[in-house]
Design a protein around this ligand. Structure first.
Ligand code: NDP
Length: 236
């Protein structure tokens, strides 16, 4: 199996896309550690199911996320998946909620990626889950979320340059509408999203996990500083 003996840390692995990524890597033989913040029971269930290790770590706490990555030791693969969505009129949204979004979606992936790179061996992989909203934002009310996902693009391009000489790749996976708690396929905005998609349905967390797994694998050693969109044509 592709991932046998590989050490993988998934930040935000308790539910949705992160849980699918944990299942995929563990199923391929990797030693998987994953973090959770609020979903302890889901995390414990997933650890029992996959043989992975669940660690409580709130990604909005900079020191905690750095410590978690350091304690995980030398990683072959870091997947930063944790993310939050805040939607609404920017004139009335709670500024603390926006700052929390920026802490989880931008500050944490930067510090986690840099910390992981310290001990990462040649051939290491850093993969961040962004969004097609980093490229396209066809709806109102999501400026802060789009800001956070665009920021990951600049981060990946820059860190790819920093760590490329050591054979470490840095990539962003950019899902479109994907059926999870954050964005249910039967949610009230689903029809509006499908209206701008070439393939008019939500994608699955398993699809996103497969692309992530590919980028972590041996055939992706020359792919870096790049955005990999999997969005059913949302941005086409
Ligand atoms: P969910 O809301 O279903 O799951 C979010 C995951 O992130 C949970 O495991 C949650 O853990 C974790 N998380 C959130 N906040 C924190 C935190 N402070 N510390 C640690 N973990 C945290 O979302 P999705 O699975 O849909 O989204 C996963 C990623 O994919 C996100 O980055 C999202 O922006 C991105 N994405 C999703 C799309 C979609 O349509 N679903 C589309 C494009 C991008 P816990 O519950 O334990 O707190």
């Amino acid at each position: 199996m592709d991932m046998r003996n590989k050490t993988v840390l998934v930040i935000g692995g308790s539910r949705g896309i992160g849980a699918a990524i944990v299942r995929r890597f563990a199923g391929e033989g990797a030693q998987v550690t994953f973090t959770y913040a609020g979903s302890k029971e889901d995390a414990q269930r997933l650890a029992a199911e996959t043989g992975g290790t669940a660690v409580h770590s709130d990604a909005s706490d900079r020191d905690a996320i750095i410590a978690t990555v350091r304690e995980a030791g030398s990683l072959d693969v870091l997947v930063f998946n944790a993310g939050v969505l805040v939607a609404g009129d920017p004139l009335t949204l709670d500024p603390d909620a926006i700052d929390h979004l920026i802490d989880v979606n931008v500050r944490a992936p930067y510090h986690a990626s840099v910390e992981a790179a310290r001990e990462m061996p040649e051939g290491g992989r850093i993969i961040v889950i962004g969004s097609v909203n980093g490229d396209r934002m066809p709806f109102s009310g999501l400026a802060a979320y789009a800001l956070s996902k665009s920021a990951l693009q600049g981060m990946a391009r820059g860190l790819a340059r920093d760590f490329g000489p050591r054979g470490i790749t840095v990539n962003v996976v950019q899902p479109g509408p994907t059926d999870t708690d954050m964005n249910p396929a039967d949610g009230e905005l689903a029809e509006q999203m499908h209206s701008v998609m070439a393939i008019k349905r939500h994608g699955t967390a398993q699809d996103v996990a497969s692309l992530t797994h590919y980028l972590a694998g041996r055939y992706a050693s020359g792919i870096t500083g790049a955005m990999h969109t999997i969005d059913g044509g949302f941005g086409a």
